[in-house]
Design a protein around this ligand. Structure first.
Ligand code: AMP
Length: 515
């Protein structure tokens, strides 16, 4: 029987690439795949010494470091369920995850240890607590140091749980998406194939590793193909420019690209060694897409995915990468855009994005009713995103279903309005939301960030421009100029926060009767 443990697939690649570099940490520190494999063995043995049982959850809220990667891989290897937590979560939020996931071990930073122990006590949890700091020290590191470097990777079935990843929870309570070993490895193999990864690649990794993008997409592509990871604790535009000189692939959220564009040294020469720039987790603006091509000669490849399903669609490696779209369904992933009765919508007509495939998760942790709700009767997962296919099968995201605005009985897709505002001179970006309105139910409302230059439009100029481009019911009743949009760590605009912020503000003068 073959071992379906995701680590077993990585291990086969490590055997071939044992002497090749796995991680470059800084000028003086790097490790080969053979060393990485030994470190994960030590870490897995250390976890066993805490008395964990197969299937136990290990909640991890630590800074990004090589050891944090070893810890993730050790959990896979030993059959424990890895539960990454955003480093921004406060103790009160942690209490929710601990009572919901009931981990057997919590690994936190030494600075957070006192608070975490307190939370563990008050939430009646029997979890053990260990620490890991950003430079690889802490109580867990001490146990790892003493542990054996021999460890036999656990045999796992394809549908056994590998990771629980809590959704960002921008609306309502965050839910634990359960991902199996097969979910992870099937998606990783597809990406390696689709994006042409091989062991001569050098992947610049400046993403956080508590989220699918940095934890799965970037790590798995490198580990499975034997590529080298340039391992950076966080993104810094200046440092990235220097790193690009030896990297071949970069993965980033759109904010990384806009920050790189603000650097005068972003030139074709700076990117001469690169073969591929990939963007995802939030929409890349057409402006950034185009400007990046002009400045560097590279066309950013945009892809789309989510915690519950890994990667879903991607622009092609070979062939046209179409700006403003998230590309085509990945091999093995079926995507449909469905109307109210779940009927497939024709190209050009927006609807709900639903998916099927080996990448789709096993359900929400301890929440079967929510799981049932999110699957259609014929077995498709409702992503919660709204999208539209063009005639060539490229998908564009038009917003989250819950962000759809219904104003006076008409549906307004925020993205359509944002795209028009964003093309105006002097506008950096915009976000359109619906706020409660006594007549319309919801009033279309825009938050606009200006560049502060001479071309910056007035409120009436934005409204007049929109009226010339869009049906009147889509034109915002209010335009608010803001200095920036509220975003989470992955660069996603937090529309729920924006709605709250804009709801109480005084209106401007574009009132029409509802439909
Ligand atoms: P998360 O589960 O935190 O990874 O968030 C997943 C959500 O991010 C998706 O459901 C989309 O709403 C959004 N998303 C991811 N990639 C893209 C993209 N390329 N363009 C637009 N939205 C995206």
């Amino acid at each position: 029987m073959t071992n379906a443990n995701a680590y077993a697939a990585f291990e086969r690649s490590f055997a071939v690439n044992a002497a090749r570099p796995a991680l470059e940490i800084d000028l003086n520190h790097s490790c080969t795949y053979a060393q990485l494999h030994r470190e994960t063995a030590r870490c897995a043995a250390a976890l066993n010494s805490f008395g964990l049982q197969r299937g136990d959850r290990v909640a991890v809220q630590v800074e990004k470091s090589p050891q944090s990667l070893f810890l993730y891989l050790a959990c896979l290897r030993a059959g424990f369920v890895f539960l990454p937590l955003n480093t921004a979560y406060q103790l009160a939020e942690l209490a929710y995850f601990l009572t919901d996931a009931l981990p057997a071990l919590v690994v936190c930073t030494p600075a957070a240890e006192g608070g975490v122990r307190q939370v563990v006590r008050t939430s009646n949890s029997s979890a053990r607590v260990a620490t890991l700091d950003g430079s690889g020290g802490g109580s867990l590191a001490e146990v790892v140091r003493e542990a054996s470097a021999r460890f036999k990777t656990e045999m796992m079935a394809p549908d056994e749980l590998a990771v629980i990843i809590y959704t960002s929870g921008t609306t309502g309570r965050s839910k634990g998406a359960m991902l199996t070993h097969h979910n992870l490895i099937s998606n990783a193999s597809t990406l390696v194939e689709s994006w042409g990864f091989n062991n001569r690649d050098v992947l610049l990794h400046a993403l956080p590793i508590f989220h699918v993008h940095g934890l799965f997409v970037a790590n798995h592509c490198a580990l499975l193909s034997g590529a080298k990871l340039i391992w950076r604790p966080r993104f810094d535009a200046g440092a990235t420019l220097a790193d690009l000189r030896q990297a071949t692939v970069m993965m980033g959220v759109p904010t990384y690209y806009t920050r790189l564009l603000a650097e005068p040294d972003l030139t074709p020469e700076a990117c001469a060694n690169m073969r591929l720039f990939i963007s995802g987790s939030a929409p890349l603006s057409l402006d950034s897409f185009r400007e990046f091509r002009v400045r560097t000669g590279h066309t950013i490849l945009e892809r789309y995915g989510m915690s519950e399903a890994g990667m879903i669609t991607s622009n092609p490696l070979e062939g046209e990468r179409r700006g403003g779209t998230v590309g085509l369904p990945l091999p093995g992933v079926s995507v449909r855009v469905a109307g109210h009765q779940e009927q497939p919508m024709p190209p050009g007509e927006p609807g709900a994005i639903q998916i099927q495939g080996d990448n789709v998760f096993a359900g929400y942790w301890r929440n079967p009713s929510k799981t049932r709700e999110e699957f259609t009767a014929d077995g498709w997962f409702r992503t919660g995103d709204m999208g539209v296919f063009d005639r060539d099968g490229y998908l564009s995201i038009v917003g989250r279903a819950k962000d759809l605005i219904i104003t006076g009985g008409y549906n307004v897709y925020p993205k359509e309005v944002e795209l028009v505002i964003d093309t105006m001179p002097g506008v950096v970006e915009s976000a359109v939301v619906g706020v409660p309105h006594p007549d319309f139910g919801e009033a279309v409302t825009a938050a606009v960030v200006l560049d502060g230059g001479a071309e910056a439009p007035s409120e009436s100029a934005v409204i007049a421009h929109l009226k010339s481009q869009l049906a009147n019911y889509k034109v915002p009743k209010r335009i608010h100029f803001v200095s920036n949009l509220p975003r989470n760590t992955m660069g996603k605009v937090q529309k729920n926060l924006l709605r709250e912020q804009l709801a109480g503000r005084p209106a401007q003068n574009n009132s029409e009767s509802p439909a």
